[in-house]
Design a protein around this ligand. Structure first.
Ligand SMILES: Nc1ncnc2c1ncn2[C@@H]1O[C@H](COP(=O)(O)OP(=O)(O)O)[C@@H](O)[C@H]1O
Ligand SMILES: [Mg+2]
Length: 364
């Protein structure tokens, strides 16, 4: 039996130092912070299809706000509307006090945008990529060098400034694009899935850059992601979107607290009888049971230790071998299941056609 009691994930950096969630300081958002983004009943239709369906939310100054949802949820469409790249079908979006429909130019002046696809020019050097953006955004010549120096330092690319962009890894290109998106000192920074496709070490590096940047300037950040851990660690508040609709919005802590049951037991049984799910559901404290795959059950309970004992006892009495068992606190995965009835992991498997890596502690 393989018991895992603590889900705190530690990812080793290249220098070997572990990175834990506590290292990312989200900062306090002042109670009287003004709204920098106000989205009211926004709708986007493509013909008969509604990609974004009556979504409303506000983002406060200096907040990191996450749009979390599976592929096709409408995250990029939302970002494109807020950044004036596509017209809105219905509703309204105000960015830094400017209406995206009636005053798109004013909106563009105060925002930085990192689209989902990598867009840095491979044939240019790192510095050239920064420079053309600075010129595009009319950053005065004498401020340009200073801004580029400072940003390259922040994203840890100073020593690569003369390197051709095609020689950079995916993670480094992402960092370059983050630096480039900030060269004109925007007030609001939109990042569409900035870490999708990056390896775990590069993902952590991007989180570090963003937190680092946030600590140095007053910046509001709107980020989209389908990674639960990313939303959890980085964001002050998260809006869960699914099929174009906003299904939940709060701080990661409050979202987790809103799910009935505070612990999750994952148990893998060998050849459980047909009524096993039903019997697990009947144990005291259990609020939900999901049969994830053959023999594998995810049990939410308000009493982790009590339910674990009951579950093991039930397996012994029924002579059902227990292959693995883990107990964790509720995660954003559970929040997603609670509000959408589906697992985000399953959605991603469908979307990308590959299996997500197994979680530690679950292998037989
Ligand atoms: N230009 C378009 N024309 C038609 N459908 C679109 C267009 N852009 C996006 N969609 C559809 O809108 C939905 C939301 O897409 P998107 O915003 O890209 O989702 P996400 O970024 O969350 O993965 C998807 O079903 C997508 O196929
Ligand atoms: Mg997208």
């Amino acid at each position: 039996m393989n018991a895992e009691t603590n889900k705190t994930e530690e990812i080793s950096r290249t220098n070997g130092a572990p990175v834990s969630a506590s290292e990312f300081s989200k900062g306090e958002i002042a109670a009287d912070a003004p709204n920098t983004i106000e989205v009211e009943h926004i709708v986007k239709r493509y013909g008969e299809f509604t990609a974004v369906d009556d979504v409303s939310f506000t983002v406060r100054e200096a907040e990191i706000f996450g749009l979390l949802g599976p592929n096709g949820a409408g995250k990029s469409t939302l970002i494109r509307m807020m950044t004036t790249l596509i017209p809105i079908t219905g509703g309204r979006a105000m960015v830094a006090g400017h209406d995206v429909t009636s005053d798109p130019a004013a909106v563009r002046r105060v925002i930085g945008v990192i689209p989902q696809a990598l867009t840095s020019d491979l044939d240019l050097t790192v510095e050239e990529n920064m420079n053309i953006y600075a010129k595009l955004y009319d950053v005065p010549a004498k401020r340009r060098k200073e801004a580029i120096d400072e940003l390259l330092e922040t994203v840890d690319l100073t020593k690569w400034r003369d390197a051709q962009t095609k020689t950079l890894s995916g993670g480094m290109r992402r960092r370059l694009e983050i630096a480039r998106g900030l060269v004109h000192s925007p007030k609001i920074f939109f990042l569409d899935e900035p870490t999708t496709g990056l390896d775990p070490v590069s993902r952590v590096a991007v989180w570090e850059m963003l937190t680092n940047i946030k600590s140095k300037r007053k910046l509001t950040v709107l980020i989209t992601t389908h990674y639960m851990d990313e939303a959890d660690r980085l964001c002050n508040r998260i809006a869960i979107v699914d099929h174009g609709k906003l299904v939940a919005l709060d701080t990661p802590e409050a979202l987790k607290a809103s799910v009935p049951g505070t612990n999750v037991i994952e148990a893998h049984f060998e050849h459980p009888p047909a009524d096993w799910e039903e019997r697990l559901r009947g144990l005291p404290g259990v609020t939900s049971v999901q049969n994830e795959s053959a023999g594998m059950f995810r049990v939410l309970t308000s009493n982790g230790s009590g339910t674990t004992t009951d579950l093991v006892e039930m397996a012994v009495v029924a002579q059902v071998p227990l292959k693995t068992l883990s107990v964790q606190n509720t995660t954003l995965d559970d929040v997603f299941v609670h509000y959408t009835g589906r697992q985000l992991r399953d959605e991603l498997v469908k979307a990308y056609g590959y299996m997500m890596p197994q979680r530690p502690g679950l292998q037989p």
